[in-house]
Design a protein around this ligand. Sequence first.
Ligand code: IDP
Length: 149
Amino acid sequence: MEYEREFVMIKPNSVRRGIIGEIITRLEKRELKITALKLKNITENEAEELYKEHEGKAFYEELIDFIKSGPVILMIVEGPRAIDMVRHIIGVADPLKSSPGSIRGEYGLTVGKNIVHASDSPVSAERELKIFFNEEEIIEYKLNTQKDL
Ligand code: IDP
Protein backbone atom coordinates (compact mmCIF):
# COMPACT_ATOMS: atom_id res chain seq x y z
CA MET A 1 0.00 0.00 0.00
CA GLU A 2 1.32 3.41 -0.95
CA TYR A 3 2.71 5.35 2.05
CA GLU A 4 2.05 9.01 1.29
CA ARG A 5 2.48 12.46 2.77
CA GLU A 6 -0.41 14.87 2.51
CA PHE A 7 -0.52 18.65 2.96
CA VAL A 8 -3.43 19.94 5.09
CA MET A 9 -4.38 23.53 5.92
CA ILE A 10 -7.02 24.41 8.51
CA LYS A 11 -8.56 27.62 7.14
CA PRO A 12 -8.80 30.95 9.08
CA ASN A 13 -12.52 30.65 9.84
CA SER A 14 -11.88 27.33 11.62
CA VAL A 15 -9.03 28.83 13.67
CA ARG A 16 -11.34 31.74 14.66
CA ARG A 17 -14.12 29.30 15.62
CA GLY A 18 -11.79 27.35 17.87
CA ILE A 19 -12.24 23.98 16.13
CA ILE A 20 -8.58 23.24 15.39
CA GLY A 21 -8.49 20.46 17.96
CA GLU A 22 -11.66 18.81 16.67
CA ILE A 23 -10.28 18.74 13.13
CA ILE A 24 -6.88 17.38 14.16
CA THR A 25 -8.59 14.74 16.32
CA ARG A 26 -10.43 13.41 13.23
CA LEU A 27 -7.09 12.80 11.53
CA GLU A 28 -5.43 11.29 14.61
CA LYS A 29 -8.35 8.91 15.22
CA ARG A 30 -7.68 7.42 11.78
CA GLU A 31 -4.08 6.72 12.85
CA LEU A 32 -2.66 9.22 10.39
CA LYS A 33 0.65 10.66 11.61
CA ILE A 34 1.31 14.40 11.87
CA THR A 35 4.94 15.02 10.92
CA ALA A 36 4.87 18.85 10.71
CA LEU A 37 2.53 21.49 12.11
CA LYS A 38 2.50 25.29 12.46
CA LEU A 39 0.23 28.31 13.00
CA LYS A 40 0.94 31.05 10.47
CA ASN A 41 -0.40 34.18 8.81
CA ILE A 42 0.23 33.28 5.20
CA THR A 43 1.65 35.90 2.83
CA GLU A 44 0.16 37.13 -0.44
CA ASN A 45 2.88 35.25 -2.36
CA GLU A 46 2.23 31.99 -0.50
CA ALA A 47 -1.54 32.32 -1.02
CA GLU A 48 -1.08 32.94 -4.75
CA GLU A 49 1.33 30.01 -5.07
CA LEU A 50 -1.02 27.67 -3.20
CA TYR A 51 -4.05 28.57 -5.30
CA LYS A 52 -2.33 29.28 -8.65
CA GLU A 53 -4.50 26.75 -10.51
CA HIS A 54 -7.53 28.93 -9.65
CA GLU A 55 -6.05 32.21 -10.93
CA GLY A 56 -8.52 33.98 -13.22
CA LYS A 57 -11.61 32.23 -11.80
CA ALA A 58 -14.47 34.37 -10.50
CA PHE A 59 -13.84 33.42 -6.87
CA TYR A 60 -10.01 33.80 -6.97
CA GLU A 61 -9.63 37.27 -5.36
CA GLU A 62 -12.13 36.38 -2.66
CA LEU A 63 -10.28 33.12 -1.98
CA ILE A 64 -6.89 34.87 -1.64
CA ASP A 65 -8.34 37.56 0.67
CA PHE A 66 -10.08 34.97 2.81
CA ILE A 67 -7.06 32.74 3.22
CA LYS A 68 -5.03 35.77 4.37
CA SER A 69 -7.75 37.00 6.75
CA GLY A 70 -6.18 35.37 9.81
CA PRO A 71 -3.84 32.59 10.87
CA VAL A 72 -4.12 29.11 9.43
CA ILE A 73 -2.81 25.77 10.68
CA LEU A 74 -0.41 24.12 8.23
CA MET A 75 0.24 20.41 8.57
CA ILE A 76 1.85 17.43 6.94
CA VAL A 77 -0.02 14.21 7.59
CA GLU A 78 1.39 10.81 6.65
CA GLY A 79 0.17 7.24 6.31
CA PRO A 80 -0.86 4.54 3.88
CA ARG A 81 -3.10 6.10 1.21
CA ALA A 82 -2.95 9.34 3.24
CA ILE A 83 -4.08 11.56 0.36
CA ASP A 84 -7.31 9.74 -0.44
CA MET A 85 -7.91 9.06 3.26
CA VAL A 86 -7.61 12.72 4.27
CA ARG A 87 -9.81 13.83 1.33
CA HIS A 88 -12.36 11.20 2.41
CA ILE A 89 -12.34 12.45 6.03
CA ILE A 90 -12.66 16.07 4.86
CA GLY A 91 -15.43 15.60 2.28
CA VAL A 92 -15.95 17.33 -1.08
CA ALA A 93 -15.48 21.07 -1.77
CA ASP A 94 -19.16 21.99 -1.28
CA PRO A 95 -20.21 21.31 2.34
CA LEU A 96 -23.78 20.76 1.11
CA LYS A 97 -22.61 17.77 -0.94
CA SER A 98 -20.20 16.43 1.69
CA SER A 99 -21.38 13.44 3.67
CA PRO A 100 -22.68 14.43 7.14
CA GLY A 101 -19.87 12.57 8.93
CA SER A 102 -17.10 14.40 7.07
CA ILE A 103 -15.37 17.55 8.41
CA ARG A 104 -16.84 19.84 5.74
CA GLY A 105 -20.15 17.99 6.03
CA GLU A 106 -20.25 18.60 9.75
CA TYR A 107 -18.73 22.08 10.19
CA GLY A 108 -18.94 23.76 6.76
CA LEU A 109 -21.65 25.97 5.26
CA THR A 110 -20.31 27.54 2.05
CA VAL A 111 -17.84 26.40 -0.65
CA GLY A 112 -15.73 29.52 -0.17
CA LYS A 113 -15.25 28.94 3.56
CA ASN A 114 -15.20 25.17 3.62
CA ILE A 115 -13.14 24.75 6.82
CA VAL A 116 -10.05 22.91 5.61
CA HIS A 117 -7.86 22.32 2.56
CA ALA A 118 -6.04 19.11 1.57
CA SER A 119 -3.99 18.44 -1.56
CA ASP A 120 -5.69 16.32 -4.21
CA SER A 121 -2.74 14.22 -5.49
CA PRO A 122 0.82 13.18 -4.56
CA VAL A 123 2.21 15.75 -7.03
CA SER A 124 0.13 18.62 -5.61
CA ALA A 125 0.87 17.52 -2.02
CA GLU A 126 4.63 17.74 -2.64
CA ARG A 127 4.28 21.07 -4.45
CA GLU A 128 2.04 22.60 -1.77
CA LEU A 129 3.91 21.35 1.31
CA LYS A 130 7.15 22.81 -0.10
CA ILE A 131 5.57 26.29 -0.16
CA PHE A 132 5.40 26.19 3.64
CA PHE A 133 7.89 23.63 4.97
CA ASN A 134 11.52 22.73 4.44
CA GLU A 135 12.66 19.13 4.96
CA GLU A 136 14.22 19.92 8.39
CA GLU A 137 10.77 20.86 9.71
CA ILE A 138 9.35 17.41 8.88
CA ILE A 139 9.86 15.16 11.91
CA GLU A 140 10.29 11.41 11.56
CA TYR A 141 9.04 9.20 14.41
CA LYS A 142 6.88 6.12 14.91
CA LEU A 143 3.32 6.08 16.20
CA ASN A 144 2.51 3.36 18.76
CA THR A 145 0.01 1.97 16.27
CA GLN A 146 2.35 2.02 13.27
CA LYS A 147 3.60 -1.52 13.67
CA ASP A 148 0.04 -2.75 13.00
CA LEU A 149 -0.27 -1.10 9.58
P1 IDP B 1 -10.87 21.28 -2.91
O1 IDP B 1 -10.57 22.33 -1.85
O2 IDP B 1 -11.81 20.22 -2.41
O3 IDP B 1 -9.61 20.70 -3.55
P2 IDP B 1 -11.21 22.86 -5.35
O4 IDP B 1 -12.31 22.72 -6.36
O5 IDP B 1 -9.80 22.54 -5.76
O6 IDP B 1 -11.68 22.03 -4.07
O7 IDP B 1 -11.25 24.37 -4.87
C1 IDP B 1 -10.24 24.92 -4.07
C2 IDP B 1 -10.85 25.93 -3.13
O8 IDP B 1 -11.33 27.04 -3.86
C3 IDP B 1 -12.06 25.39 -2.37
O9 IDP B 1 -11.70 24.67 -1.22
C4 IDP B 1 -12.78 26.66 -2.04
O10 IDP B 1 -12.21 27.29 -0.88
C5 IDP B 1 -12.52 27.54 -3.24
N1 IDP B 1 -13.62 27.46 -4.20
C6 IDP B 1 -13.84 26.53 -5.14
N2 IDP B 1 -14.97 26.78 -5.82
C7 IDP B 1 -15.47 27.93 -5.31
C8 IDP B 1 -16.62 28.72 -5.59
O11 IDP B 1 -17.42 28.41 -6.49
N3 IDP B 1 -16.81 29.84 -4.81
C9 IDP B 1 -15.93 30.21 -3.82
N4 IDP B 1 -14.83 29.48 -3.53
C10 IDP B 1 -14.60 28.37 -4.26
